[in-house]
Design a protein around this ligand. Structure first.
Ligand code: AMP
Length: 285
């Protein structure tokens, strides 16, 4: 696997691929890779001649300096996993390489994604999606892929990137990949590494609650009733601090008051367990 730290060498590589008419798939990540990331890589390998992964912990999308400081970094292990999966190239730039004008300058570039960014992660992490928009646009220009792969675990991020890609005519197919879970249901996440042993044991509670909520929705129980039930479960579990739990429609991410077909819904959740903020969702289609 080729490893590029510079935009110029990455671009040479991509230009060579284009010259030999090879299709390029791209998987942007922040590293500390797990099987969820590798599932995205494998899908890209299946669908493209060349797969490029990027690892960059993007400072402009962190609204919490402590979260940024503690974000796990394990490049050697990541490289090994990518190599084993069959990834063609890794782009591993420094902050200076990504933001030659400085972070503050770049953050002045502003996106307005409309209603889709106003709630959920957007409401609780001010500036987060602006940072995501900036870094993904930059990476898309640098890598210029045919297809890019994103996890549906970050549902709001996926919807925003899909919209941005269409609105700004990037000409890239944005593909959503279903959430990969541990055997006990916990959604895989780099942040799980920061859970203590005890916290890790109780973490699947999030999935237990939202899957039972999904069953209730499947049995046509009214959204408010299902939501009240879910919120009460968290009120009775002092280990978690619930940030939001909602049933939303997946076009606007606004709250669902009643079920009107043919909408598709999602149960979305963010909760703190100790020092770690976990998010998850279940799609109901
Ligand atoms: P991250 O490194 O957390 O920024 O994630 C990089 C990409 O992997 C994003 O598109 C995530 O949505 C995706 N991803 C993270 N965790 C999972 C998971 N458990 N299942 C599927 N995709 C995931």
């Amino acid at each position: 696997m080729d490893v590029f730290n510079k935009v110029s060498t990455l671009k040479d590589f991509v230009n060579n691929c284009r010259f030999s008419k090879k299709s390029v798939g791209f998987v942007p990540t922040m590293g500390a890779l797990h099987h969820g990331h590798i599932t995205l890589i494998k899908k890209s390998i299946q669908e493209n001649d060349i797969t490029i992964c990027s690892i960059f912990v993007n400072p402009t999308q962190f609204n919490n300096a402590i979260d940024l400081k503690h974000y796990p970094v394990q490049h050697e292990q990541d490289k090994k996993m990518l190599e084993e999966a069959g990834c063609s190239a890794l782009f591993l730039p420094s902050v200076e390489e990504m933001y030659p004008l400085g972070i503050e300058q770049s953050q002045m570039t502003g996106f307005n994604f409309g209603i889709i960014e106003k709630q959920l992660e957007g409401a609780f992490r001010p500036g987060h999606f602006n940072g995501v928009g900036i870094v993904v646009s930059k990476l898309f220009h640098m890598v210029n892929p045919d297809k890019a792969y994103f996890g549906l675990k970050d549902l709001q991020q996926f919807l925003i990137i899909r919209k941005m890609t269409a609105d700004l005519s990037f000409g890239i197919d944005v593909i959503g990949v279903p959430t990969v879970r541990e055997n006990d249901g916990l959604a895989m996440s780099s942040r799980n590494l920061r859970l203590t042993e005890d916290e890790r044991k109780v973490a699947p509670f999030i999935y237990e609650v939202i899957s039972t909520m999904k069953e209730k929705i499947d049995h046509n129980q009214a959204p408010k009733e299902v939501l009240d039930w879910g919120i009460a479960k968290f009120q009775n579990n002092t280990k978690f601090h619930l940030e939001y739990l909602e049933i939303v429609d997946t076009t606007t991410l606004t709250k669902v008051e009643d079920y009107k077909k043919p909408l598709s819904y999602a149960i979305v959740i963010a909760a703190h367990l100790g020092k770690v903020r976990l998010i998850d969702n279940l799609l109901i289609e």
